[in-house]
Write a protein that binds this ligand. Structure first.
Ligand code: ARG
Length: 286
C-alpha cells in the first residue's frame, strides 16, 4: 500500500461529528504484577535502587482491572510467572487482530521467557501464535487504528518485523521512528483514541514520522511534555472512555474538549518499570 492509499483508508470512516463519541465493548488481556520488581534496567524509567512496593502495585493494578469491568469490558488473565517481573506489561506479549496472533520476540534476554506464557494463552484461546524472525514487542510498538497498524521502531521492535506482521495479519503497517529513549515503545508516545483518532507527543518522533502522522491524522491531539513525561499517552480507549494516568491532567482536559471522557487511574508504582495503563493491557481485537 502506498502512503496515499493508507491515508484514504484511515480517513474513510470519518463521517460523524468529532464530538459524538461512542464506546465499543472490548476484550483485554492482563497479567497481575504478583512478581513485579525493578531488578534490572532496560529503559530510562527503571531505577534499580528505588524501592518498589509490590503490594501497592497489585492494588493499583486491581483498580485498573475494576475500571475496565465497570466500563463494561471483559478482562482475561494470564498467570504471572516468578522471575519475570515485567510480565505485568501484557501489551508487549504480542498482537491479536483480524483473527490472527503474533507473539512477541523480545529485545532483552530478561523478558524472553514471557513469550512462552503469552503464546500458550493465545493457543489455548483460538489464536495459534506466529513468531517473527525479527524482534517485535507486541502492542508496545504495534497499535491498531481502525484498518491500519501503526508500528514503532528505533528502540525495540525491529523495522524488518513490520513486513512479517503485515503479511501475517493481512493489514497495512505504517512504520514510525522513535528518537527519545524515554519513549522507547510507540505506546509511550502515541495513543489510539478510536478507529481514526490519535494523540501523540511530536518530539518523540523523527521529523519524517511526524510528517507521516500529520498527513494521516490531521486532527490528531498533540500532547505537551508535562503529560508525556508522566506517560500520559499510555492510555486505553474504548472510543469514548479513555483510561489514562491521573497525573496527565492537561491531556485529560484536551480529551474532554474533543468529546472523550477521561478516566484517571493511579499506576505510579508500575511507572517505576516504565509502563502505565496501556502497557498493562493487551487488547484482543476482534
Ligand atoms: N520494563 C518494561 C520494558 O522496558 C516496560 C514495558 C512497558 N510496556 C509498554 N507497552 N510500553 O520492557
Amino acid at each position: 500500500m502506498t502512503p496515499t492509499d493508507v491515508a484514504a483508508v484511515v480517513r474513510a470512516p470519518v463521517t460523524e461529528s468529532a464530538h459524538r463519541r461512542t464506546a465499543r465493548p472490548r476484550r483485554y488481556l492482563m497479567t497481575p504484577p504478583e512478581y513485579f520488581t525493578v531488578e534490572y534496567s532496560i529503559n530510562p524509567w527503571m531505577d534499580t535502587s528505588a524501592p518498589v512496593d509490590t503490594g501497592r502495585a497489585m492494588d493499583q493494578w486491581r483498580a485498573l482491572r475494576r475500571t475496565y469491568t465497570e466500563l463494561g469490558h471483559s478482562v482475561d488473565l494470564v498467570d504471572p510467572v516468578p522471575g519475570l517481573p515485567d510480565m505485568v506489561y501484557a501489551a508487549n506479549g504480542g498482537l491479536i487482530v483480524n483473527g490472527k496472533a503474533v507473539v512477541a520476540r523480545f529485545t532483552h534476554a530478561e523478558r524472553r521467557g514471557e513469550s512462552v506464557a503469552y503464546a500458550e494463552w493465545m493457543a489455548g484461546h483460538g489464536y495459534p501464535a506466529a513468531e517473527t524472525r525479527h524482534v517485535n514487542e507486541g502492542q508496545g510498538d504495534l497499535l491498531v487504528v481502525g484498518p491500519v497498524i501503526l508500528a514503532g521502531y528505533g528502540f525495540r521492535t525491529d523495522r524488518r518485523a513490520h513486513e512479517e506482521i503485515a503479511e501475517h495479519v493481512g493489514m497495512p503497517v505504517v512504520g514510525l521512528e522513535l528518537v527519545d529513549p524515554r519513549f522507547y515503545h510507540l505506546d509511550t508516545a502515541l495513543a489510539v483514541l478510536d478507529d481514526n483518532t490519535i494523540a501523540y507527543y511530536p518530539p518523540a518522533f523523527t521529523e519524517h514520522s511526524r510528517a507521516t502522522l500529520s498527513r494521516l491524522f490531521p486532527d490528531a491531539i498533540e500532547v505537551a511534555s508535562g503529560d508525556a513525561y508522566v506517560l500520559g499517552l499510555n492510555v486505553v480507549s474504548d472510543g469514548l472512555n479513555v483510561v489514562l494516568p491521573s497525573a496527565a491532567t492537561g491531556f485529560a482536559e484536551q480529551l474532554r474538549q474533543a468529546g472523550f471522557r477521561p478516566v484517571g487511574v493511579d499506576l505510579s508504582e508500575l511507572l517505576k518499570g516504565g509502563g502505565s495503563v496501556k502497557c498493562c493491557t493487551l487488547e484482543v481485537h476482534p
